[in-house]
Design a protein around this ligand. Structure first.
Ligand SMILES: NC(=O)C1=CN([C@@H]2O[C@H](COP(=O)(O)OP(=O)(O)OC[C@H]3O[C@@H](n4cnc5c(N)ncnc54)[C@H](OP(=O)(O)O)[C@@H]3O)[C@@H](O)[C@H]2O)C=CC1
Ligand SMILES: CC(=O)[C@@H](O)[C@H](O)COP(=O)(O)O
Ligand SMILES: [Mn+2]
Length: 395
């Protein structure tokens, strides 16, 4: 590495992953500088980050929030250029000064700027799993064509990446299967018959991780793991049947790779996203993350169980969507985003999230998406269908 600091764009800097990324960046001021910080509408939080990290650019998607931030930045005399709108997210992802882009927007809204970073050949640190679930092969083709370096930030995929051999060309030959661990979420032992009554607050109370609301609900339905199976399929190129899920309630083993000879290599650690973030930022080096290491003397029992399909009916949708025509995973993602938003808004029962996803998959038939425009059109078609299902289930 040269001595000059590397410039980083953090998409979704006000979120859980964004804040953890800034925590790691702050520990290494000589190594990293912030080029751009972005958010949807939280101008107060973004202003505080601008004061602390002095980025060159700050982006807000919401116009009124951007106007407020521009005014605050001017009053404070900060040398930060404030830009507004979704196109500005792509501009700060592909800017020539930028070395790495942390993709930490939640949902399909992160697809276009992630693709912009990939096309521009950046080091792309991918937390935004929905972007890959929607983009699929087109996403991976863009990474290859752009000469980008794609590093997974999702804890399970970082664990798999750390457990795989260095040479991707040998993965298919040497690896038997990938085993993703799942916590089982807050309702792992709750009677399935009572899931109709759970509240957004209960669903967001993850047992091991502090995360944004959307992914927390996904963990509670195990749709997070379904999205992660799809994410693993595209990242690592193994057939879907060679990707398994096991419930491991302690979230200490972050995932595993089983080799042809029966050996299993795993990555372990305390549940702290600063570890995969620091790994991705510094790869192939290792830098301090701020996380504490495991203490085996006090760790206690590590346990494992299989996922009950009656309790978690969304999990098998990962494999069925991967078996469907190209674009099916984008339909599943769009339905789930709409269903989770409706649940968080108290317009949909928790156990109806799966009903919306399943019904949307049955009603929307994708034709092979060839471009970002095709994907966005498919995403919108599936959302419209999912919204109809939400309305149907309300009445
Ligand atoms: N949190 C975690 O520990 C983990 C998260 N991930 C993944 O990382 C991604 C981010 O998750 P998390 O940090 O929890 O999410 P949060 O909800 O905490 O943060 C989301 C960020 O994205 C911004 N944002 C939301 N909608 C838009 C939009 N339409 N356009 C532009 N920006 C937008 C938000 O801005 P604003 O604040 O203004 O709303 C915020 O900065 C998700 O894909 C998630 O699945 C993966 C593994 C672990
Ligand atoms: C931290 C992280 O990567 C999350 O995706 C986490 O894994 C969620 O936990 P579960 O989905 O296993 O409950
Ligand atoms: Mn994860």
């Amino acid at each position: 590495m040269s001595d000059a600091p590397q410039f980083i764009t953090i998409l979704g800097s006000t979120g859980s992953i964004g804040q953890n990324t800034l925590d790691v960046v702050a520990r290494h001021p000589g190594r990293y500088r912030v080029f751009a910080l972005t958010a949807a509408r939280q101008d107060e939080a973004l202003f505080e980050q601008c004061r602390a990290f002095q980025p060159r650019v700050a982006v807000l998607v919401d116009a009124a929030a951007a106007a407020r931030l521009r005014e605050r930045v001017r009053e404070a005399g900060l040398a930060v250029e404030v830009r507004q709108g979704a196109q500005a997210l792509c501009e700060v992802s592909e800017a020539p000064e930028v070395h790495a882009v942390m993709a930490a927007i939640v949902g399909a809204a992160g697809l276009a700027p992630s693709l912009a970073a990939a096309r521009a050949g950046k080091k792309l640190l991918l937390a935004n799993k929905e972007a890959l679930v929607v983009g699929g092969d087109l996403f991976m083709d863009t990474v290859r064509a752009g000469g980008a370096t794609l590093l997974p930030i999702d804890s399970e995929h970082s664990a798999v990446f750390q457990s795989l051999p260095e040479d991707p060309a040998s993965w298919d030959r040497r690896v038997d299967k990938i085993v993703l661990t799942a916590s089982g979420g807050p309702f792992r032992t709750r009677a399935p018959g009572t899931l109709a009554e759970v509240t957004p607050e209960q669903a967001c109370a993850h047992p091991n991780w502090v995360m944004g609301r959307k992914i927390s609900v996904d963990s509670a339905t195990m749709m997070n793991k379904a999205l992660e199976v799809i994410e693993a399929r595209y990242l690592f190129g193994l057939a879907p049947e060679r990707i398994e899920v096991v419930i491991h309630p302690q979230s200490v083993i972050h995932s595993m790779v089983q080799y042809r000879d029966g050996s299993i290599v795993a990555q372990l650690g305390t549940p702290d996203m600063r570890v995969p973030i620091a790994y991705g930022l510094a790869w192939p080096e290792r830098i301090a993350s701020g996380a504490s290491a495991l203490d085996f003397a006090t760790l206690g029992t590590l346990s494992f169980e299989s996922a009950d399909e009656a309790r978690f009916p969304g999990l098998p949708l990962a494999w069925s969507a991967l078996r469907g025509p190209a674009g099916t995973t984008a339909v599943l993602n769009a339905a789930n985003e709409e269903a989770v938003a409706a649940f968080l808004d108290r317009r949909l029962r928790f156990d109806h999230i799966h009903a919306v996803n399943d019904a949307t998959l049955q009603r929307v038939s994708p034709s092979k998406p060839q471009s970002l425009a095709d994907l966005l059109a498919l995403d919108e078609e599936a959302r419209a269908c999912a919204r109809q299902q939400v309305t149907r289930l309300q009445t």
